[in-house]
Design a protein around this ligand. Structure first.
Ligand code: SIN
Length: 297
């Protein structure tokens, strides 16, 4: 792909601790190193950046995603865009009885692939179709900063968390999700191979950002099911207290999607939650790519 010099990228904060809009950059044109580095640096500090009005082929989305690192293939390959194993479809669209993508994915606070040993560095979401009802766009996504959450914890809580490891369980989260949506979007049960590929893992409850070293809270409502060495009665109240702190509404950025948006989030610095206030015939189709990360430390 030819690369156009685009050093006119402009950054505008959303006004809460997370979220920066980038204007003056056309992803389809490819991005020179200088522009990309400027964008990446803002991204590493903030955790969420987005571009409006992009028109991308799958190859262009993959090319831009690869500037952030090596791409991963989601364990649920049944939801890949046909011919593109690295593009995971998030969609409520059906072909016959089957959902073409992961329907209503991520509708509680979480961070992507935290249930693996090396969770993704970041995820990119490209909005292809957004649901609209009575002229109103539905299916927003909310974001919060877990670096800000850590920074604003009382000292006593920071000390309490020191050295703790949280337990992440993909199969339990999937089973819960399967039951919730059994009526309208039944997900197939995980195959023995998918289960074997996603054993339970533990990660530090506070991890350092792999690039900036900033400390981030690393527990979330969807995939964290306990704290190593602590019983349920000890772990659950602690986790609930942390979740309430992380997701304080006044610090949340709520992204209102437009078709053509490309939004990127850092899976160490942030958490996100999809708002599932739409249903067929309102269609939502998003292409998601995920970039390999490092083991949380
Ligand atoms: C996700 O959690 O990856 C999907 C978010 C969304 O669909 O808004």
């Amino acid at each position: 792909m030819s690369v156009v010099h685009q050093s006119r990228a402009v950054f505008r904060s959303t006004g809460v601790p997370v979220g920066v809009e980038v204007t003056g950059a056309d992803i389809s044109q490819g991005m020179d190193t200088e522009t990309f580095r400027a964008i990446e640096s803002v991204f590493n500090d903030n955790g969420v950046i987005f571009f409006r009005n992009q028109k991308l082929t799958p190859e262009q989305l993959l090319g831009f995603s690869r500037q952030f690192g090596t791409l991963e293939k989601h364990v649920r390959q049944e939801y890949a865009l046909p011919g593109y194993p690295e593009i995971h479809l998030i969609s409520n669209i059906k072909e016959g009885e089957r959902s073409i993508g992961s329907a209503y994915a991520g509708d509680d606070w979480h961070t992507d692939l935290c249930f693996t040993r090396r969770p993704s560095r970041c995820s990119l979401l490209y909005a292809v179709e957004v649901p609209i009802r009575d002229g109103r766009v539905l299916g927003d996504t909310e974001f919060c900063s877990v670096a800000f959450a850590y920074d604003t914890l009382p000292d006593g809580m920071r000390q309490r968390l020191h050295g703790l490891r949280a337990i992440f369980q993909y199969h339990r989260a999937q089973e819960r999700k399967r039951k919730q949506r059994v009526h309208d979007h039944p997900r197939p049960e995980l195959t023995p191979e998918q289960k074997a590929a996603t054993p339970d893992v533990t990660h530090p409850a506070v991890r350092a950002h792999p690039i900036t070293g900033r400390k981030c809270l690393y527990v979330n409502q969807t995939y964290t099911f306990g704290i190593e060495g602590m019983d349920e009665e000890g772990a659950q109240p602690l986790l609930q207290q942390l979740y309430a702190h992380i997701t304080r509404p006044r610090y949340v950025y709520r992204h209102k999607w437009q078709a053509g948006d490309v939004l990127i989030w850092d899976n160490c610095l942030t958490q996100h939650k999809a708002i599932t206030d739409y249903a067929l015939p309102q269609r939502r189709l998003m292409y998601r790519t995920s970039v390999e990360g490092t083991e949380p430390l």
